[in-house]
Design a protein around this ligand. Sequence first.
Ligand code: SF4
Length: 168
Amino acid sequence: MTKPRREIMGEEQALLEVQAVYQELEKRPLERACTRLTECCQFKLTGKTPYLTLGEAILAARAMRAVGQHKLPEKKDGSCPLLHPQTGACLIYENRPFSCRTHFCQAAGGPYARREVVDLIRKLEDVDWAIGGCGAQSLPAALKVALERPKPLKAGVRATVSPRARGR
Ligand code: SF4
């Protein structure tokens, strides 16, 4: 049986790193303009669901709790569970996942080319690895895991060498 991997980054540090990735994306000179149409939040209609690394999911879960949402609402219409049922707005827009920022919405400019953001994707993957994640999961699954985490990790040691950096 495979032993669980030791977590080598604390949760607070992980969240800072994820936020830094989001901020870095904002600074890139890539022409995109999300006007919050929320078309890409209609998973059933688009046939596409965002995937989140564990750090992103923990950040999103915290943002949910901050607005009083402690459970993942069930959505029968196939839309994102984070769309407010009355206003139709994203409950966690400022902390929305990377996929929601680099989405495929044509009105916002279409999807980012992978080469434009691959370094940021790698950073998110490194954080995922360092906090014991197992790779990106679909938004509902990732949020369920994050919301069910028993307690925040204590401040940890910053990861210095990821599997990728070691060539694994
Ligand atoms: S997290 Fe927010 S922006 Fe992303 S799909 Fe859900 S409602 Fe839309």
